[in-house]
Design a protein around this ligand. Sequence first.
Ligand code: PLP
Length: 493
Amino acid sequence: MFPFKTSLFLDRSCAQPLYVQLSNQIIQLIKDQKLPSKTKLPGTRALSEDLGVHRKTVVACYEELLLQGWVESIPKKGTFVNSNLPDFVPLDFVKEDRSFKNERGFSFYSNEFLNRKIIEQNENVMYVNDGISDTRLTPVNEIARTYRRIANRASIFQHLSYGSTFGNEKLREVLAEYLNTTRGLHITKENVLITRGSQNGIYLSSQLLLKKGDVIVVGKTNYISADLTFLHANAVIERVAVDECGLVMEELERLCKKKSIKAVYVTSHHHHPSTVTMSAERRIHLLNLAKKYGFAILEDDYDYDFNYNHAPILPLASHDTNGNVVYIGSVCKTVAPVFRVGYLIANPEFINEAANLRRIVDRQGDALLELTFADFIQSGELDSHIRKVIKVYKARRDLFCELLSNELSNFFEFEIPKGGMAVWLHLKEPYQWKAVAKTGRKHKLEIGDYERYDSANTNHNCIRVGFASFNEIEIKEFIVRLKLTMRNLEKDV
Ligand SMILES: Cc1ncc(COP(=O)(O)O)c(C=O)c1O
């Protein structure tokens, strides 16, 4: 007879009910073949006495085992380990490890190129970022209040189920109107797919536009995640220079004459990473080329709202009369990255196709959050949040740039960005970011994955340094640490 009494251990301090502990242990004994099929389990009274538990606990355990198919009950005979269980492959005794297996018992396709360095976050360390908002300024209480108010509506239940793969109807309507007013678009809700942020929009579009070998043109410096998304679609990436007016159109035109171009990806408002704004002349040139050569323009307007020297520049999408532009944006930079609400704007056929694709990737968005943002936009709260943070970010930009110029001009040069949340910082000769990153760590300054800004290996020696997420004290501290780092390096030069 199997020694049940000494093989089963119940922990009364554990939150898991006793009958579940018991059934899990019996299952494990069956899997380990210590209880082979057809083994008779003790009667419920006997086992409850052996273990010092209520008989109901053992009855519940046996019912659970029966329900899961591990045991079978034979009337008038008792409970037996199921006779039809297939044999488990015996455990290797050397590695009798009950934790979730770290080894893999199957192969899968890995995308090495998607591997990005993960920087561990430690207290007291300052991290250079790409240009992100200050989450401390997020109107999280207002958003939560709106969310709760919407969730409390009597009619909310319809929104809790499977819904449209295009996104919430109300938000599509509100956004169409909002984008028409603020960005000079001429769209209706049929042109709008609600996404989970801009990156989701870039992914869906690239899957629809690009197949193996198709050519997409990007800047010589470009947003790394966009590059990776295009590579994941097996596209060929061609690069053209970016100067102080944006992508160089003469280079693009030469490419168009040589190759069939499927799409051009632009961050026209503030080029990522160099922050320059595409000039009006280049914008018109690009739209004309798109019309002539029949390519799509993927316009990623990731930080439209942040302009400090002038009104926002209307996107290419607002001048597109030929249906070439796929326009992408989100609230993730404007409000906070955690709110995954964005939009893809294009002709209805493309939008329908994107909604079909979305069904198999993500099914749908978060309708409650989408309704919340519809309300947030309609009530004017989004605009007042933008007005508020623009003032703060402008002051931070000014302070950051002033300190950089006053304290660190021996080492760096840069243009004051007209908008956005980052400075494109050029490290002067003979310094290299690799050494700055290494020495910076000694001063609790983490430069991070600086290599991602030069995927074309042009050695431009620039990185993006975000200023918006640091308050005044933090900006000053950042400059102190950077200065200490550079002083250290100066000694070795
Ligand atoms: C140029 C650019 N596009 C898209 C994104 C992704 O934005 P979202 O958070 O809306 O997906 C980012 C985020 O840093 C970005 O810098």
